[in-house]
Ligand binder design. Sequence first.
Ligand code: BGC
Length: 848
Amino acid sequence: MGPTLRAWLLAVVHVVAVQSLTNSTSSFSFSGVPSSAVSPTNTSTGTTASSSSSFSTVTSVTTTSTTPASVATETGPLTWPISEYPFTPFPTPTFAPIPPIFPETDPLNPPPVSSDFNVVPDFAPAWATAYEKAKSMIANFTIEQKVNITTGVGWMNGLCVGNIPSVAEFPGLCLQDSPLGVRFTDLVTTFPAGVTTASTWNRALIRARGLALGQEFHAKGVNIALGPMMNMGRVAQGGRNWEGFGADPFLTGEAAYETILGLQQAGVQATAKHYINNEQEWKRTQESSNVDDRTEHEIYAHPFLRSVMAGVSSVMCSYNLVNDTYACNNYKILSDILKREFGFQGYVMSDWAATMNTLSAVAGLDMTMAGDITLGSGTTYFGANLTAYVMNNTISEARLDDMATRIIAAWYYMHQDQGYPNVTIDSFHPYNPLNYEVNAQSDHYQLVRQIGAAGTVLLKNEMNALPLNKPRSVVLVGSDAAPPVSGPNEYSDQGGDPTGILALGWGSGTTNFTYLVSPYEAIQARARQDQTSVFWDFDNWNLDQAGNSVITAEVAIVFINSDSGEETGKTLTAWHEGDELVLAVAAQNNNTIVVVNSVGPLIIEPWVDHPNVTAIVWASLGGNEAGNAIVDILYGAWNPSGRLPYTIAKNASDYSAQLVLGGTATDILSIDYTEGLYIDYRWFDAQNITPRYEFGYGLSYTTFEYSQLVVTPVDASVDSAQAELIQNWENGGTSPIEEGSSTALWLHMPLFQVTFNVENTGPVYGGEIPQLYVHHPPSAGEPPSVLKGFTDIELVPGQTGQASITISRYDLSVWDVVRQGWAKPNGTIGFSIGASSRDFRLDGTFPL
Ligand code: BGC
């Protein structure tokens, strides 16, 4: 594996010197909104509150927002408690931080990476300072000026995919995709996709990617990066799952946390998206995700909670409805869960044209993007409409102040008032030289290659097929081994049938490639070094030819892929007759290695057990160094340490949730989350369904043994307010209903430290990913095993190292729907330490 990860990281994680930019054409102009748009027709308040003083009584109602109607609440003033939040995390006013557990943290200086959560960063003081500055900035703003801070200039009316105009001394904002790099421009890095990054299960690499991404957005003058994406992969066929971090809330939450800390360290605002239940891209604007409160809290909202704990600046609400109310118009999820319970102090922006009415501002929406009602319409629900609603008192000016304050506060919070670079991208004019004025790439290719390798999962390896050792001859079969026929950007937003290596999916979650290394090129370079004969056949459609091409080869490597992207579902089979291609090659060569570049799980039953298929390399989506990363795995330069972030099933029907198709052009599809907490491995475990490869699984070129499990209560002194809450929890009480109650320190500070030894018992240096699964008592009604910790450890042969994972009260709690708080379940809480969700090596219980 070469130098250790730590040394390598030290070498590559450094801040890109920000270039001083001249000749910027960055300018924002706000195109006014016709006053005829003042009375939007698609309206619904979506929520109702029976009391203005207690949030616990706020409930979602089932009025769909598609009913064109004159909604009674639009005619009179609304008095929901919009601006009562104290903006301090509960219950810190009485709590003196105990270093090092709860250090005051500036987002530009986050705590170091650790799987021992001995540090819970406290961003509250940074927010407080930013709020003061923002309030003073808007003090003399007119209503129109404040409204302009909240209203995007409209689709394709600026340099970025989203633009807030300059207002007085506020210079405006540039919002730009994507979660894996800067979209729509040149001289940027295409990082491995979210799902590949999550497959590393390596916090240091995830953080390093966040930082490198942030440095590129910063260098290009982007204020707000539109990522990370943290939808959950509830449905294996979800078209955008690859942008996210897999099918488990804990893994997704940790990946989101590290990505945000890294991105914001570079001075760029991160956006947690898409909030919430945007779990199937098919008909995403016309589906209601119907989710119970417990499932919402424990599964889908969890990564957003971790985002708030990472100090995220913004959250993007999604296109879909949640329990029959549009997400961007949903008081329960925007104001009650996100702003009250999680104590989120940044701002909520809409997904592009996901704002459904002006009163969304009351539900908790702070910024409408891209600004227009439908992209390019020139109308807006904010702009003149919002001004009119505030002027006639339908919406309070206090709420407008809150919206503008949140947006400007996030800008101060990220210190973007201090010499931020000019925008040097032009999203809609690719030939504008502005796009190559700044080269943002630095040496990030090294990190791309490393994450590509670390995010590759070795699923099968028989007869020591891998790593390759100077083979006499290698034949590469399949178009996925090749460079794309018409170059790496043959389709806009990668939106077409890939003709070569699949290194990312399609849609807004992409970048243009500055360059792309295919396996063909990378293996050729390696072959020269080893003096290996290399042949290839990139034609997937001539199976006889493919079979014949490998007859005398020492090694046949078949490359297959499967793609998906925005606004579609995905298939669970390989594209381009990939299964047939594998079988044709395996029929002729008894050392057939299959490399898979896939956006997510596939059914690989047709060939997985074929005796001639000696190895399977799950290479996911590697970004612009994809070919090099695959070579590093094939030849053992990187000992595989990736683990599956989802389950690979034997049958599509084994998964607990399927795509919901159908519906007419105007229907709202009902998607009932009837499986509740039982997504992915939680379902397979509970139903005793044997997967092909389970969540958390992955092989190495070495072996590891686990021993010496010790659980130690963490002795942390707390003040009396925290002590009371802890006592209450221990006695079976729930967390209180207050602002920030779900992100409170007492709930998240370490409670137990779990340590154990890991020994490298095999022949080569390598990294192991120990995973901690909690087994709740039957009274809790939880799935049999739920991931609540993981770490990574690298060892030379014969070496034993100690690994450590901490567990908080929150990690052990379940969401009590009746009492609306986090509670300790009754009974013994057990856990296992394992190498996957089904390979447990050590078992223990928590001494509660
Ligand atoms: C996507 C978002 C993206 C936005 C701006 C939307 O269609 O859902 O993820 O950030 O467009 O491009």
